[in-house]
Ligand binder design. Structure first.
Ligand SMILES: C[S@@+](CC[C@H](N)C(=O)[O-])C[C@H]1O[C@@H](n2cnc3c(N)ncnc32)[C@H](O)[C@@H]1O
Length: 249
């Protein structure tokens, strides 16, 4: 999958392929990352990429022309990719949205800086706006890196175990179940018995129940968005009864 990023700080974005799962995916050529700096497309000797906002007010804005020309250069190599502007005003990102983009393939991320980007550029060039959360960061680079990392996890072959991404939180609309590793007992706290008995059916049922129960406790809004079958409902009911029983004690 090819990802282009238009950014004033390519050296920051390139860090995302320097290690870990994303780094390995880039080495395996599952992911190709190309950064484009609008400063390289300026036409004045100061290489100006920002200017004061019309109407006054604090801060600076990214100028249209360098961005427009950078987009033109990307499009010459990657004409059909969707252009996504990372913005706190965009659609709040969800796992499904990223999975859909991975299915669609190549994408161009546009990173803002300062107070943002001249609105005319957004109206003319941007296909979608994505937000990584209801807070404001100083530039789109970290948001682009979050997207690149999350999308890479969904690329076939990027994770050690093929099914790891399917078991992550949000993939099936639920939070992930709790995990344990050795030692079996640590400072008096033991691993749940069921995980030690080797009965894979019981382990699977326990994990599913934990995922349902955690989602009920921490993100009940997610449960509103999925339909549980009768078996899952029974698992959740049992989890809730147990949680209420231990709370009363
Ligand atoms: C300081 S912000 C500008 C915020 C803008 N004045 C506003 O309030 O909507 C600079 C850049 O950071 C990026 N950014 C900030 N918060 C973001 C978020 N929650 N999600 C994605 N990108 C964000 C955008 O690219 C934005 O153009």
């Amino acid at each position: 999958m090819r990802i282009d990023v238009i950014t004033l700080f390519p050296e920051l974005v390139e860090q995302v392929i320097s290690c870990g799962i994303v780094g390995r995916a880039a080495e395996q050529r599952l992911l190709e990352l190309c950064c484009w700096n609008p400063r390289d497309y300026t036409r004045d000797r100061h290489r100006t990429v920002d200017d004061r906002p019309y109407g006054g007010g604090p801060g600076m804005l990214m100028k249209v022309q360098p961005l427009q020309d950078a987009i033109g250069a990307v499009r010459e190599q990657n004409p059909d990719a969707r252009l996504v502007y990372l913005s706190p005003q965009g659609e709040l990102l969800k796992q499904q949205k990223l999975a859909r983009q991975v299915e669609l393939g190549s994408v161009i991320f546009l990173c803002g800086r300062y107070e943002g980007i001249d609105e005319r550029l957004i109206q003319k060039e941007v296909d979608e706006e994505w937000s990584i959360g209801d807070y404001v960061i100083s530039g789109g680079e970290l948001a682009a890196m979050v997207c690149i990392d999350a999308m890479t996890r969904l690329l076939p072959g990027a994770l050690g175990h093929e099914d790891s991404a399917q078991q992550d939180s949000f993939s099936a609309g639920l939070l992930d179940y709790p995990h344990y590793t050795r030692p079996e007992s640590y400072l008096g706290d033991s691993v749940p018995e069921v995980l030690l008995n080797g009965n894979h059916r019981e382990i699977e049922a326990w994990r599913e129940q934990q995922a349902l129960g955690r989602t009920w406790q921490r993100r009940p809004d997610l449960l509103q968005q999925i339909r549980l079958d009768s078996r899952q409902q029974a698992l959740l009911d049992a989890y809730i009864s147990e949680a209420e029983r231990t709370r009363k004690r």
